[in-house]
Every structure is written in C-alpha cells, then in structure tokens.
Design a protein around this ligand. Structure first.
Ligand code: SF4
Ligand code: SF4
Length: 367
C-alpha cells in the first residue's frame, strides 16, 4: 500500500483513487495510533458514550425511554470530548444512547470518531437503513435483534414492526458492505433461541455479539443514569441452560468465525452460573469509563458522576480516582457484559489474548 502512495502523483489520481488513497492513509495512521494506545499501560482503553438520552423504542427491560432528556452536547463539544478520550488512551469507543442515530449530526460524529477509535455505534434497528451514508466509515454497526420470532421480538421492544425494520436494516447494511453485527440480549425469554439466532446470522456472514440481561440493582438516585429495569420474565432462572449455551458457543467458535464473543468471556459467564460464581474484578475507571449525554463521566453508569469529560486529563491520576477504582474493584453490583468484557480484556495483556482468540476473524473484523 505504501508503494502506491510513492508511485501515484496527486495530479495523476482519478477522483476514485484519490478517495481510496485518502482512506488508506487514514487506515494506516489510525492503525498506528491505535496500536500505540493499546500497548500503553495504566490507561483506560474503552469508553461507552451515551450521546443522547432520546429513544424511539420502549423496551421491556430498559429504563432509558421512561427517563428521556432532550438536553445533549453540541457537535463541537462531542468532538472536543473525543479528542480528550484519545489523549487519555481510549482505543475502543461505543456510541449508544438512547438511540444514537436519532441525532441529526450522527454522521459528523461518526466520521470524526472513526478517525481515531475502533468505533461501534448501536442501533435498535429503527434508524440504520435510513442513515446508511452516515455509517460508511464506522467500524461496526450493532443492531439489536432479540428473537427470530417477529411477534416475540416486537413484544420485547414494545414496538410493532421493530423486527421487520431491524432485519431489513441488517440486510441493507450488509449489502452495502458496512460492517453490521447483530447483538441479541440473552435473557430467560430467548435463552433457548440463541443457537438458532447465532446460526441464522452467522451463516449469512453477519457477526454476532451478545448482551446479557442485567438490571440496575441499586436504583440509587446518585447513579449516573439508569439503564436496566428489573423484569422477572427476563431474569435467567435456568442456570444449567445458560451453562449449556456457553459450552455450545465455545464449541461452535472453533468452526464459526463470526461469533465475536471471546472464549475467555464465555468461560467467565459460564462460571457466573455454576458454583464458581464471579471470577473477575471490576476494572471500572481503570480499563473503561462511561460518558453520559451531558458529558459527565463515571467508571460505569451505576455509580455517581466523577466529574466532566472536559476535566479528564488532569483528573485521571488524582487521589479521588484512585480511591474510586479501589471501590469499584470490590463492587459486585452488576453483570453487564460489556463491563465484564473490558474488565477481562481491556488492557495490553487482555488485547493480546483477544488477538489470539480472534485471529481467525481478522478477515471479518478488518474487511
Ligand atoms: S434498550 Fe435501547 S432501544 Fe430499547 S428503550 Fe432502551 S435505549 Fe431505547
Ligand atoms: S460491578 Fe463494576 S460495572 Fe458493575 S456496578 Fe459495580 S463498578 Fe459498576
């Protein structure tokens, strides 16, 4: 690729080649910058930014839609915050909400973020097909589909037509060459469907990542924001069923390159449901942090704000943050899967084991 840059003079490039060289340059710069940050120790590597608190769905296991807030940061403030996240070492960024694609400036935000981070944007399935041009540069678009059964999916989302829209979005994005993945939330409602869901999408070349139903146990007024709502129908009661699912996915991963969950994470989840229990220490505010729609940060959404993103570089090594990290290390309040994943794999050694786990998926991940 480097030879191409040396041989082709700017004035000899066709518009298409100019575009290609632009993206190649961006790709090389981004890869080099990401590698440098990924190898740095004592830095957070993952951030989840809930860029809006607006949502057009009413999911049965979620609190966000009930507690919407029209306020959000301006585009320029988001870009400033992204510069700060890059400075403190973030490699991997997830933009979610609410429904992040409801923001009019989402294309501009994603283009900016994708220059520096491995960027994922979440969509409940309602918006992606209408925003294809905004999604061209993003590394992953994660579409939430909880069942292959249309009626069941729509009852979980609490919106008629949700399934149809989400399935069409996956197909459109896949056909457009955009890296789309499907992210079902595993709960008692769909536990026995997970293998079918996995086979259905991965056989079409669409990778699958999972969320695990969890809810905010404390419902503390001081927590940064609330996501998961306690719903008895969703709580996984069949522990052996969950262990069997983890075992099956570990086995399937040997042949199936598009199951993105790592063996390490699957084994950790399996332990949660057998007699071993919780086998990890939470690395909130060490390996990862969250940012809310107003730019407030915290180790995770279940605890009080630790200040503004705009104060971050100077606060990161403060005594207050050190104490908070110690508290979070001993916290056992949630099993949100992304927090478990980044506690396990959001460090240089974690990235090494992630690379080993996912090397067969390189073609999928870097297409
Ligand atoms: S789970 Fe997502 S899409 Fe569903 S109501 Fe909550 S924020 Fe909206
Ligand atoms: S276990 Fe970690 S991520 Fe979960 S509430 Fe506690 S500090 Fe937050």
């Amino acid at each position: 690729m480097i030879i191409v840059f040396i041989v082709l003079r700017e004035d000899t490039l066709t518009p298409r080649n100019r575009l290609v060289t632009h993206y190649l340059t961006l790709g090389i710069k981004k890869a080099a910058s990401i590698a440098t940050r990924a190898l740095a120790t004592g830095k957070p590597h993952h951030a989840q930014w809930l860029i809006t608190r607006k949502c057009n769905y009413r999911c049965a296991g979620c609190n966000v839609w009930k507690e919407q807030d029209p306020r959000e940061l301006e585009t320029a403030e988001i870009k400033k915050g992204l510069d700060i996240l890059k400075k403190i070492g973030i490699v991997d960024l997830v933009l979610s909400g609410g429904e992040p694609l409801l923001r009019d400036d989402i294309g501009e935000i994603l283009d900016y973020a994708s220059r520096f981070f491995v960027t994922t944007v979440c969509d409940n399935g309602s918006m992606a097909a209408q925003k294809i041009e905004s999604l061209r540069n993003v590394d992953f678009v994660a579409i939430s589909i909880d069942s292959l059964d249309e009626a069941k999916n729509d009852s979980i989302k609490n919106v008629p037509g949700a399934w149809k829209k989400a399935m069409e979005a996956v197909e459109s994005l896949h056909n457009e060459g955009i890296s789309v993945s499907v992210t079902p939330t595993i709960s008692q409602k769909n536990l026995y469907e997970m293998i079918d869901i996995t086979n259905y999408f991965t056989q079409k070349g669409v990778p699958v990542w999972y969320c695990l139903y969890s809810y905010d146990v404390s419902m503390d007024e001081k927590q940064l924001f609330r996501i998961g709502k306690a719903n008895d129908e969703f709580v996984i009661k069949d522990k052996q069923g969950m262990i069997n699912l983890c075992n099956s996915l570990i086995k399937m991963k040997k042949k199936n390159k598009t199951i993105l969950m790592t063996n390490k994470l699957l084994k950790t989840v399996r332990s949660l449901y057998n007699e071993d229990g919780r086998t990890w220490k939470c690395k909130a505010l060490s390996n990862f942090l969250v940012v809310d729609h107003l730019g407030r940060i915290a180790g995770c959404h279940g605890h009080n704000s630790a200040g503004s993103i705009f104060d971050l570089p100077k606060n990161w090594d403060s005594q207050e943050f050190k104490q908070l990290r110690e508290t979070y290390r001993n916290c056992t309040q949630c099993n949100y899967l992304c927090y478990v994943f980044y506690s396990l794999q959001g460090s240089p050694s974690g990235y090494f084991s992630l690379a080993l786990d996912q090397w067969k998926n390189a073609k999928v991940l870097f297409k």
